[in-house]
Design a protein around this ligand. Structure first.
Ligand SMILES: NC(=O)c1ccc[n+]([C@@H]2O[C@H](COP(=O)([O-])OP(=O)(O)OC[C@H]3O[C@@H](n4cnc5c(N)ncnc54)[C@H](O)[C@@H]3O)[C@@H](O)[C@H]2O)c1
Ligand SMILES: O=C(O)C(=O)C[C@]1(C(=O)O)C=C[C@@H](O)C=C1
Length: 365
């Protein structure tokens, strides 16, 4: 098959790389950034640098749109004017779905299949340099088929995207946008507002940055995300985000009252409820009720070779690591190494191998 990907940033580039690496299909790339296209070709993220949408789209068997959402909306309208192959499957990776499905109506009117897609994994990084064929492993990949899309077409697309090792889940556009408003959009807004709240103080006293440990860093990593992408997300999921923000503000006002009246019991309850819910999410992950990543945190001494010792031990025992990351929360003390495994079994084996009794443990060599 000839697969056309428009937008070779983090998401389009990661999909392209997986398809090039693990299938025999020809992957053609398009992007407004010509330097990135050259880089994508040089680093084997794509097979072919495409000429233009008007030339490449009619040749494609599958078209993946991985640009910011409003560009996806425009491209869907443009595609409806082109002589596409009758059996082509068009999909996207946009973070919102209701406007995207509406923009695909012109294609559907012409009998072309559209199946919305949204890999629920990513990063605050952007661009083809950050592409990684393993980005979506074990993550959920939401599929939002148009009403007219056949089951066979959905199966064909899912089979193709299986190279990502993601877990597929079908949802309606309405449900999709509601879910991601809560689980992704509002958290990004809160992270960005927190950084903006702190920015004046940080500017006045740069030394303060060094104190921005644990809580602030954990809450704000995603504030480094690409603003262009987020303008389009808020632009296309406004009502759902606004409803949640109103509820959030209400909750904050209630908490302000509790602080003012020094209602210790109610404040305790506020944090207790959150702790119970957060721990339930973790517990569901462990039991498989909520499949996800399996993380192990190891305190490592600030000594050359510590990380190599750990990864060598895991490799020798044939335990596959999905991701490895140094959490930079305590840079003056020890580093915290986050090891991510694909399943509970690997996590348990690693825990035994490294002799780690609790979830956050100290690595002894
Ligand atoms: N970053 C994430 O965590 C994440 C996760 C899932 C889905 N998404 C969604 O996937 C899409 C891509 O996100 P990303 O993180 O890869 O962004 P990105 O900024 O890394 O990549 C977007 C690419 O689109 C290109 N582009 C922009 N306008 C274009 C145009 N008019 N024509 C051709 N190319 C154009 C840019 O040059 C860039 O290479 C977005 O819709 C985003 O909402 C992002
Ligand atoms: O891991 C991150 O950096 C992300 O923010 C990824 C994230 C998310 O909010 O979960 C961001 C937007 C996408 O639409 C999907 C995934």
């Amino acid at each position: 098959m000839r697969i056309l990907i428009n937008g070779l940033g983090l998401i389009g580039g990661s999909l392209a790389q997986a398809l090039v690496k693990f299938t025999d299909h020809t992957v053609v790339g398009l992007d407004q950034n010509k330097d990135d296209l050259v880089l994508a070709k040089q680093s084997a993220v794509i097979d072919v640098v495409g000429e233009s949408l008007a030339i490449e789209a009619p040749r494609a068997d599958v078209i993946i749109l991985a640009t910011p959402v409003q560009v996806i909306n425009q491209t869907l309208q443009q595609l409806a004017t082109l002589p596409l192959k009758p059996g082509v499957i068009v999909t996207d990776t946009g973070s919102t779905k209701q406007t995207v499905l509406a923009s695909a109506q012109g294609l559907q009117a012409k009998g072309i299949t559209f199946i919305g897609g949204h890999p629920m994994a990513g990063s605050h990084k952007s661009g083809v340099q950050a592409a990684n064929c393993d980005l979506f492993r074990s993550a959920f990949y939401l599929l939002v088929p148009a009403k007219e899309a056949s089951i066979t077409a959905v199966q064909t697309l899912q089979a193709l995207l299986q190279v990502t090792n993601a877990k597929f889940l079908q949802v309606s556009p309405e449900k999709h946008d509601q879910l991601v408003a809560l689980l992704s959009h509002v958290p990004h807004i809160l992270a960005a507002s927190l950084v903006n709240l702190a920015s004046q103080d940080l500017r006045n006293d740069r030394g303060m940055l060094r104190l921005a440990a644990g809580g602030f860093r954990d809450m704000t990593r995603i504030a480094s995300s690409d603003p262009e992408m987020w303008v389009d997300i808020l632009d296309t999921n406004g009502p759902k985000i606004l409803n949640l923000l109103y509820d959030y503000e209400k909750g904050l006002h209630q908490l302000e009252q509790l602080i003012t009246t020094q209602d210790r019991a109610a404040i305790f309850d506020f944090f207790r409820q959150a702790k119970i819910t957060r721990e339930k999410i973790e517990a569901d992950k462990q039991t498989g009720a909520l499949p996800g990543f399996y993380d192990l945190h190891v305190d490592i001494p600030d000594k050359a070779g510590s990380i190599a010792q750990i990864t060598t031990k895991l490799a020798q025992a044939n335990i596959n690591l999905v991701n490895i990351q140094i959490l930079e929360t305590r840079d003056e003390v020890n580093g915290v190494l986050q090891l991510t495994f694909a399943n509970a079994r690997d996590l348990q084996r690693a825990q035994q191998l490294l002799d780690i009794k609790k979830e956050v443990a100290t690595w002894q060599d």
